[in-house]
Design a protein around this ligand. Structure first.
Ligand code: CDP
Length: 211
């Protein structure tokens, strides 16, 4: 039987990770967070003081990278790295690099039941033939409140109006870029994640049970 692919797209801090983890646990699908790969690259450029405006320098660095870890850590989730990741994500050579890692991940884990993969362009570009596509919709103010709490809980200093502003800037960058902008894939189900998680689960469960 061919493994199932579920894609989860949506703007910054829309709850893609929590929803993906829930699906992964409940339906035994392997989870891949594509945002982590963009964040990993951003962290490499940041740590090595590589000017991301210098395209030849970042292209050279990309050619040198042989491996990126899928593992998460707090250093990847700072506001600085969030901003930097969406800045580098506009480039086609960065996107091709990350997409190849995603295809390799699926190939390497072939004997799995299926995959739940989240990001911005997963249903629209990376896995166009997915079995189920979800698009997570949440108001910017609610997303900012949730991200603010997450940052405070993890010990980062954070100011709500600044988070809201940065989330809106990142939304614009992700939606307006030429390469693989954030869109609602045409065959996606829109999931309203504005209220409680149990409310969100009620929308998702029947879709997964029907797969
Ligand atoms: O967790 P959050 O929604 O804040 O962001 P993320 O999913 O970790 O992604 C960080 C940044 O990477 C996004 O703002 C996008 O610019 C970029 N990204 C992308 O362009 N395409 C993806 N499939 C995933 C992330």
């Amino acid at each position: 039987m061919k493994e199932k692919i579920i894609t989860i797209d949506g703007p910054a801090a829309s709850g893609k990770e929590k929803i993906s983890k829930y699906i992964s646990r409940k339906w035994k699908f392997k989870h891949l967070d594509s945002g982590i790969l963009y964040r990993r690259l951003a962290l490499i450029f940041f740590n090595e003081n590589i000017d991301v405006n210098n395209l030849s320098k970042i292209k050279k660095k990309i050619r040198e990278i042989k491996y990126l870890s899928y593992r998460k850590n707090q250093k990847l989730r700072t506001q600085e790295i969030s901003k930097l990741s969406s800045k580098i994500a506009v480039h086609i050579f960065i996107r091709n690099f990350v997409n190849k890692l995603q295809y390799d991940f699926v190939k390497k884990n072939k004997n799995n039941q299926g995959f739940v993969i989240d990001g911005r362009d997963i249903g629209s570009v990376v896995f166009k033939n997915a079995d189920l596509k979800l698009y997570i919709d949440v108001k910017a103010e609610i997303r900012a409140k949730r991200r603010y709490k997450q940052l405070i809980d993890s010990g980062e200093k954070s100011i709500y109006p600044k988070i809201l502003k940065e989330i809106k800037l990142r939304d614009n960058k992700d939606k307006l870029r030429k390469n693989s902008p954030l869109v609602i894939p045409k065959d996606a189900f829109i999931i309203n994640n504005n209220s409680s998680f149990s409310d969100t689960i009620k929308q998702i469960k029947p879709l997964l049970n029907n797969l």
